[in-house]
Design a protein. Sequence first.
Length: 120
Amino acid sequence: MDIHGIQEELKEFAEAREWGRFHSPKNLAIALAVEASELLEHFQWLTDDESRTLAGRPEDHAAVVEELADVMIYLIQLAARLNVNLEQAVADKMRKNAEKYPIDLARGNAVKYNRRAIEE
């Protein structure tokens, strides 16, 4: 995925509509949370099994795909406004998660912990 290219495309889209003045980090973070909530609405009363088979219901699946795109759009715009390299941020976070949740301790364990807490 070309995140930088998408950021440029979103910037041009917003500039053409003179929306830049509304795209403060605060407003983009709020919009991101709102879109994430709209995504959650599609799962609100589903069982775990029903949520796993959502892809088999084309209308519901299409609605979720649109909400995922909205979440991604606002995330990418927020990162651009804050000069965050998302690819690097994800790589850094994955490295931290690997250290915090080593395979030998995390496999099959849903309890949130870290190695330091276990050693103490």
